[in-house]
Design a protein around this ligand. Structure first.
Ligand SMILES: NC(=O)c1ccc[n+]([C@@H]2O[C@H](COP(=O)([O-])OP(=O)(O)OC[C@H]3O[C@@H](n4cnc5c(N)ncnc54)[C@H](O)[C@@H]3O)[C@@H](O)[C@H]2O)c1
Length: 299
């Protein structure tokens, strides 16, 4: 069945998007609106929240686009009050907002930064689910919830410890919820990206000692070489690929799937630490002796 057919059955439904105005969230909002889904989005980027409103309305769906930070509990509550006042019931919830900065735990964390990361990646998800499931129940026809985690919830993610823990909590929360809500046909699934160039991803990486600028200064061969070494498919998925996966997960194409994680990562979770080393070494956890010699023996 084509993706076009997946649109059948989505027209006229209503989705709440948390972080739906920029980057990955924006790609999801546009994709769902193209399928005829009404959109209620909140985003901490006020300019993006204002800019997406006419774009979505031009697709012929009802739209609520609010400027709100999910880390601000009253602001999130007020957004959900607005959704309730505007729409009779809700069918879809997508919790996109999330993220962190890189830093080793002992050296860079504090109780305050821990709480902020846990809130942004796990805490608000509990709150939206608690508020939105009753709105989905009102429709009486089931529904779909999609949460966003990361490859870091599935490996020992040095430099991302608190984030990795919070996202792993989302993984098991999702599985438990999927079981609790199964008979009501409210499905709960996860999209787990690795390295897709969203606004947030590029900003965070760029902040790491100008890392993006250093990448941009490399030769094209070196840049392509990096992606080929790390990504089995040779390049990172784009935000469109993530949006297509969400479309699948909220449509009847996935009607018997719940509690699952879909890794949209170009194959990095499959390779699990195996790198396609250069100079003909091929895949493995470490390079061959000749490459080790090039890397470490500087005589
Ligand atoms: N981009 C990647 O490669 C990647 C990798 C692993 C996991 N993820 C996960 O995917 C999700 C989206 O990631 P992203 O940051 O790359 O996408 P993104 O930058 O596209 O962010 C999506 C939207 O969320 C909004 N947002 C961020 N924080 C918010 C907040 N506190 N309140 C309201 N809105 C907020 C942003 O303004 C943006 O419009 C996150 O949960 C992230 O952890 C992304």
């Amino acid at each position: 069945m084509s993706m076009q057919h997946a649109h059948v059955g989505l027209a006229g439904k209503t989705a709440i998007l948390i972080g739906g105005a920029g980057g990955i969230g924006r790609a999801i909002a546009l994709k769902l609106a193209e399928a005829g889904v009404n959109i209620a989005s909140c985003d901490k980027d006020g300019d993006a929240a204002a800019a997406i409103l006419p774009e979505l309305e031009a697709l012929g769906v009802a739209v609520l686009s609010v400027h709100a930070d999910v880390c601000d509990a009253p602001a999130l509550g007020a957004f959900l009050d607005q959704v309730e006042a505007r729409f009779d019931c809700v069918d879809i919830l997508v919790n996109v907002a999330g993220g962190t900065n890189r830093g080793t735990f002992v050296e860079t964390s504090s109780p305050e930064s821990d709480a902020a990361i846990i809130r942004l990646n796990y805490g608000y998800v509990l709150e939206t689910v608690r508020r939105v499931v009753p709105l989905i129940r009102k429709g009486g026809a089931g529904g779909a919830i999609v949460n966003f985690t990361t490859i870091e919830a599935h490996r020992g993610a040095a430099g991302y410890a608190v984030y990795a823990g919070a996202k792993a909590a989302v993984t098991n929360f999702t599985r438990a919820l999927a079981v609790e809500l199964g008979k009501e046909r409210i499905r709960v699934n996860i999209v787990a990206p690795d390295a897709s160039p969203s606004v947030g991803y590029t900003r965070r990486k760029g902040a790491e000692e100008g890392r993006m600028a250093k990448f941009a200064a490399l030769s094209p061969e070196a840049r392509v070489g990096q992606a080929k070494m790390y990504m089995p498919q040779g390049e990172a998925p784009g935000i469109e690929d993530l949006a297509n996966t969400v479309l699948f997960l909220v449509s009847d194409l996935s009607r018997c799937m719940t509690g699952q994680t879909l890794h949209v990562d170009g194959g990095t979770s499959a390779s699990l630490g195996f790198i396609d080393w250069p100079f003909g070494d091929g895949y493995g956890p470490a390079p061959q002796p000749e490459t080790l010699h090039r890397l470490f023996d500087h005589d």
